[in-house]
Design a binder for this molecule. Structure first.
Ligand code: FAD
Length: 555
C-alpha cells in the first residue's frame, strides 16, 4: 500500500504492481488531472491560476528574510509536484551521492543510485529548435568568455564541476508534458493491472494505525476519508489493513505531518496536541531544507519574455497555434531552458571571475567541489506580483540559488486535523553561510550579464531592474535578505540518518523502530541534493520499490 500518489507514489505503485501476486492500493488526496491543457508544457507550469492543481500555504515569518513570510506551492493530484513543476530533469553530480555514502548511508553512493536513475529515464535527443526567447545563445557565449565550460549534457556524470548547459526536460517526444502518472501509470497499464492495482483519488489520509500488542510496533492500517467532506481528526471514514507494507509518499511537507498525526515525532509536540505517542522521534519534521534563491532581473523587450504572451494576445495566439500544429514554440518549451551550475569555491573572492586553478583539479565524483550555486536563465519575472495587470515590459531573470544550503527549518502540527496545513518554517537564510554563497552568486550573475556580447545575432537590450543598490558586502547581503525566496524544493524533513543523528528512516527507507512502514519521497534525502528534485525523488522511489520487493522475496 502506498500513499500518496505524487511523484514518488506513482513510481512506487507502478513498480510494486509489476508483481502479479502483489495487491497495491494508492491513496491520493487530490484529483485526477488530465486533459489537453494539463499536457501543454508551458501552460501547465503556470501555477498562478485559480484552477491550478496546487496546495497553497505560507511559511511562518522568516527571520533570515527580515521577517517576511513566503508563499509555498505543492502539486495536488495524481502526479503531485509533476503536475505543475518546471519540467527540468537534473540528477545532481555523483559527488552528492558519494557524500551520502561517506556519511554512512550504505547503498546510496553514485554507483548504487545511477542504475535507478537510468531505469526510469528514456532520453530523447532535443529537437534542434531555435534558441528560446533569446535565453540561450547569448548566455552560452558569455559563459564561454567567462571560462565556464559549455557542455551538451549537464547530467553527464563525468563532466566538469562548473558548467553551462541546456537542461533536459520531462517533455515527451510528442511535445506533451510527461507527468509522472503519464510515465508510470498510463491508463493502459492501470487497466491491465486491474485487480492488483487500485488507485483512489480524492482520498485524504488521516493517519497510520499500529499494532501495539506485540513487542514490536507494527504499522498495520491507514485511516482515510473523502477529501471534500472528511472533517476533523476523528472522522476518517475508512480504514484499510495492510498485509505487508505501508509506504508514505506525501512529500517533504505532508509526510512529517502524517507521521506526527500518527503518533511518531517529538514527544512534547505530540503531547501538546494530545496525540498518543507511538514513538518519540525528535527528527520528524526537523531538518526541512529548500534551495533559497534570489533573482537578479533585467527589463527586456516584451517579445523576448514570457510577459509578452500576456501583453500581446495576437502573439500568444500565434504561439499557441504553432504549438497545436508543430508542438514547438514557447508553449511547447519549459520556462528555464538553460543555466549554470558551479561550486562557489571556483569563483574569485568577489565572485566576478572563475578560478581555473580550482576547476582544473576538481572532479564530479568527489564531494569537495559539488556545485553549491545554480544560476537559472529565466525569460520571465521569477517572482511576479499578483494582480499586476498587463505587463508593460518583459523581464529576464538570473535566478541565483544556493543549492547546498546549510539553513534548516521545520514542519510542525497546526492541529490534529489532517486537512489543516502544518506550520512550516523553511528556515531560509537562517545560516549566514548561505548569504555568503548567494552574495557570490549575485556578483557572478551581475558580472556575467556585463559580459554578454553587446552586438551580434540574438542580443537583446537589457536594462537593470532588480539588483543590489551597491557593491559593498553589506549592501548585497541586505538586498539578498530582502529579495530571497523559495525554489519550491522542499526536502529532508524525515531524513535518512541514524535516529541518534536526527534521522527518521534507515538506509532501506524503513522508519526507525517501526515495522512495515517506509517513506519514499523528497523528505528522506539525508541532505538536499543540488539538483531540481524530481529526478532524485524518482530515483529514491525506484530504490524503495527494490527494497520492498527484496523484503517480500526473503520473507
Ligand atoms: C512550482 C514547482 C516547480 C518545480 N520545478 C521543478 C523542476 O522543474 N524540476 C524538478 O526536478 N523539480 C521541480 N520541482 C520539485 C519537484 O517537483 C518536487 O520536489 C517533487 O515532485 C516532490 O515529489 P514528492 O513525491 O516528494 O512529493 P509530491 O510530488 O508533492 O507528492 C505528494 C503527494 O501527496 C499528496 N498528499 C498530500 N497530503 C495527502 C494526504 N493527507 N492524503 C493523501 N495524499 C496526500 C499530494 O496531493 C501529492 O500528490 C518543482 C516543484 C514545484 C512546486
Amino acid at each position: 500500500m502506498g500513499y500518496a500518489g505524487g511523484t514518488a507514489g506513482c513510481v512506487v505503485a507502478s513498480r510494486l504492481s509489476e508483481d502479479p501476486n502483489a495487491r497495491v492500493l494508492l491513496l491520493e488526496r487530490g484529483p485526477l488531472v488530465d486533459g489537453w491543457a494539463a499536457h501543454v508544457p508551458l501552460l501547465a507550469s503556470n501555477f498562478t491560476t485559480k484552477t491550478a492543481p496546487v496546495y497553497r500555504q505560507r511559511t511562518v515569518p522568516q527571520p533570515g528574510l527580515g521577517g517576511r513570510v513566503v508563499d509555498m506551492i505543492g502539486g495536488k493530484g495524481l502526479g503531485g509536484g509533476t503536475l505543475v513543476n518546471a519540467e527540468l530533469y537534473t540528477r545532481g553530480v555523483p559527488g552528492e551521492y558519494n557524500a551520502w555514502a561517506i556519511a554512512g548511508r550504505q547503498g546510496w553512493g553514485w554507483e548504487d543510485v545511477e542504475p535507478a536513475f537510468k531505469k526510469s529515464q528514456m532520453w530523447i535527443p532535443p529537437k534542434d529548435t531555435p534558441a528560446f526567447m533569446g535565453s540561450e545563445g547569448v548566455n552560452y557565449d558569455a559563459a564561454a568568455t567567462f571560462g565556464v565550460p559549455v557542455v551538451a549534457d549537464g547530467n553527464d556524470p563525468n563532466g566538469p564541476v562548473a558548467w553551462c548547459s541546456r537542461l533536459d526536460s520531462t517533455i515527451a517526444k510528442d511535445g506533451k508534458r510527461n507527468m509522472i502518472q503519464d510515465a508510470f501509470l498510463p491508463q493502459k497499464l492501470v487497466s491491465e493491472r486491474k485487480g492488483r492495482l487500485t488507485i483512489s483519488v480524492g482520498a485524504l489520509v488521516h493517519r497510520v494505525g499500529f499494532d501495539k500488542e506485540s513487542d514490536v510496533i507494527r504499522a498495520t492500517s491507514v485511516e482515510f476519508g473523502d477529501d471534500a467532506t472528511a472533517k476533523g481528526e476523528g472522522t476518517a471514514k475508512y480504514s484499510v489493513v495492510a498485509t505487508r507494507e505501508i509506504i508514505l509518499c506525501a512529500g517533504a511537507i505532508i509526510t512529517p505531518q502524517l507521521l506526527l498525526l500518527s503518533g511518531i515525532g517529538p514527544r512534547a509536540d505530540l503531547e501538546f496536541h494530545k496525540i498518543q505517542v507511538v514513538r518519540d522521534m525528535p527528527g520528524v519534521g526537523a531538518h526541512l531544507q529548500d534551495h533559497v534563491s534570489v533573482p537578479v532581473q533585467y527589463h527586456v523587450p516584451l517579445e523576448e519574455s514570457i510577459e509578452g504572451l500576456q501583453a500581446k494576445p495576437l502573439f500568444a495566439v500565434g504561439q499557441l497555434l504553432k504549438y497545436v500544429f508543430t508542438r514547438e514554440g514557447i508553449f511547447g518549451s519549459q520556462v528555464q531552458q538553460a543555466g549554470i551550475f558551479l561550486p562557489s569555491s571556483a569563483l574569485s573572492e568577489d565572485g566576478t571571475a572563475i578560478r581555473k586553478d580550482v576547476l582544473e583539479h576538481a572532479h564530479r565524483h568527489t564531494p569537495r567541489h559539488v556545485p553549491d550555486i545554480e544560476v537559472m536563465f529565466l525569460p520571465v519575472d521569477s517572482d511576479p506580483p499578483t494582480n499586476q495587470g498587463t505587463p508593460k515590459r518583459g523581464v529576464f531573470s538570473y535566478l541565483c540559488a544556493a543549492v547546498q544550503p546549510r539553513s534548516v527549518g521545520s514542519v510542525r502540527l497546526a492541529s490534529k486535523d489532517a486537512r489543516d496545513a502544518p506550520v512550516v518554517d523553511l528556515g531560509l537564510l537562517s545560516d549566514p553561510e548561505d548569504v555568503v554563497v548567494l552574495r557570490k552568486a549575485v556578483r557572478f550573475a551581475l558580472a556575467f550579464q556585463a559580459r554578454l556580447p553587446v552586438e551580434g545575432k540574438g542580443v537583446v537590450p537589457m536594462t537593470p531592474w532588480s539588483a543590489p543598490p551597491g557593491e559593498r558586502d553589506r549592501e548585497v547581503d541586505e538586498w539578498v535578505r530582502e529579495n530571497a525566496g523559495t525554489t519550491y524544493h522542499y526536502s529532508s524533513s524525515a531524513r535518512m540518518a541514524p535516529e541518534a543523528e536526527g534521522g527518521v528512516v534507515d538506509d532501506r527507507l524503513r522508519v526507525h523502530g517501526v515495522a512495515n512502514l517506509r517513506i519514499a519521497d523528497a523528505s528522506v534525502f539525508p541532505t538536499i541534493p543540488g539538483a531540481h528534485l524530481q529526478a532524485p525523488v524518482v530515483m529514491v522511489a525506484e530504490r524503495c520499490a527494490e527494497f520492498v520487493k527484496a523484503a517480500a522475496a526473503s520473507s
